[in-house]
Design a binder for this molecule. Sequence first.
Ligand SMILES: Cc1cc2nc3c(=O)[nH]c(=O)nc-3n(C[C@H](O)[C@H](O)[C@H](O)COP(=O)(O)O)c2cc1C
Length: 354
Amino acid sequence: MTTKRLRVLVLVTSTRPHALGPAVGRWLTDALGASADELGVDLVPLSLAELDLPFLDEEEHPSTGVHHHEHSRRWSRLVDGADGFVVVTPEYNFGMPATLKNALDYLSPEWAWKPMGFVSYGHTSAGTRAVQHAKQVVTTLRLVPLGATVALRIADAMRGDRLDPEPRHVHAAQGLLAELVRVAHALAPMRERAHAAAVPGPLPGSYARRLGPDDAPEVTVLQRCCWMEEALANDTLDIPALHESPADVRDWLGDWHAVGLWRDGRLLGMVRTRRTGSDLHVGRLAVAPDLRGLGVGRWLLNQAESTDEGHSRIVLYTGATSDRNLSLYRRQGYVALPDAHEDGVVGLAKAVAA
Ligand SMILES: Cc1cc2nc3c(=O)[nH]c(=O)nc-3n(C[C@H](O)[C@H](O)[C@H](O)COP(=O)(O)O)c2cc1C
């Protein structure tokens, strides 16, 4: 899980000329502006009228992810890049509008494990039957509908021909956004694990993915905890991994190719690599203390070694009295470099077959 900002699409679904929907969408984004900033949310208004999707015209099933038409690809990119949705919907004939059903049907994995909140409007029922209808459909797509809703009775929300909902509706909208943010963060590991770039890890439910600058908080915690043992084993606190601030870590995460092993939003282990000349440098191999002895370190080392950088040698360093590390590296075929014994640090290397 990262601390990055959340991107939330505010989707206005009605497409009729002079529809009320756009006014409801504008009211909502205005009402939520301050809360969105506080919650770290970028609200992205989007109208299905402007998106102008034809009735589903793709040959392949959406679960294949194959989209032949540019309008589908654009819609796919928009939904894929979002962390959650607020759907602004009228009720048409006791159900959701066909435009919303059509827009949902276009895609599949792009929707998965993201929260969806509803702001409905209508006559006596305030659009709530459209929401019930939509909830039943969206769960099939692994969207997670929120319990919090905003339901506007048109007669109560209009002052003359101007939309002016009551303060309780603003309050309800703020509650909806707060719930959406909590659910979006809780679901982040599910989204990541389902993502094509995530590689299944060695422990059940674990997955590996490239680490980026936004992962600096978790990486800082893991390395402080792991290198404390190194400090004890080598009787020194003069170890960079113990002193680096989250800002330092953010910097090197931008420069190195680092891979993290995750499960349920927790960073379990990591390793980083970088090529210098004909050498591939491997470093910061770390495994959370409660997961030692399960083959995680060896698995991460193998991941690092399989980085194809066109190098002829892999080089790594560890504390001269870090017996556990030294024994892993020797078992993996590394031999000590004769000239790298300095400041209690030992260098090891392994040749790579051309
Ligand atoms: C095709 C159609 C069906 C409607 N069905 C319902 C309905 O089932 N329940 C309801 O409360 N209002 C219904 N209405 C009235 C809408 O709530 C009202 O017209 C609203 O402004 C529609 O949203 P829009 O202006 O964004 O399209 C319906 C309106 C249309 C155009």
